[in-house]
Design a protein. Sequence first.
Length: 134
Amino acid sequence: MEFTAEVNRLLQILTHSIYSNKEVFLRELISNASDACDKLRYISISQSDVTIDELKIKITVDSSKKTISISDNGIGMSREEMIENLGTIARSGTKTFIENMSKDDDATSQIGQFGIGFYSAFIVSKDVTVLSKK
């Protein structure tokens, strides 16, 4: 998925005005990975036909390529879900998940409900790649 120059500029303005500390992208991306694991855990509890292994979040730093990778074995996203949740500014997949799956007070404690955390990665990189198991 590629953004036009105008959208890239908007993202830069948005992320820099919201986040004063550029390292916040790590917290936001790890939070997204945690949300993906929480969603899979919730589905495995509510649907008996879904089983899960131990949920994991892995952070890999490659100094030679100057990359940081954050991976998880959570719920994953289809291409359409990526476009809807990552390609639309201020749309939160977590918020939608909460609204669709549960009305419990416990579920609303999840962070990532505002749909802009992912964009914090653009504070430190012009290229962000998202891969999914779906």
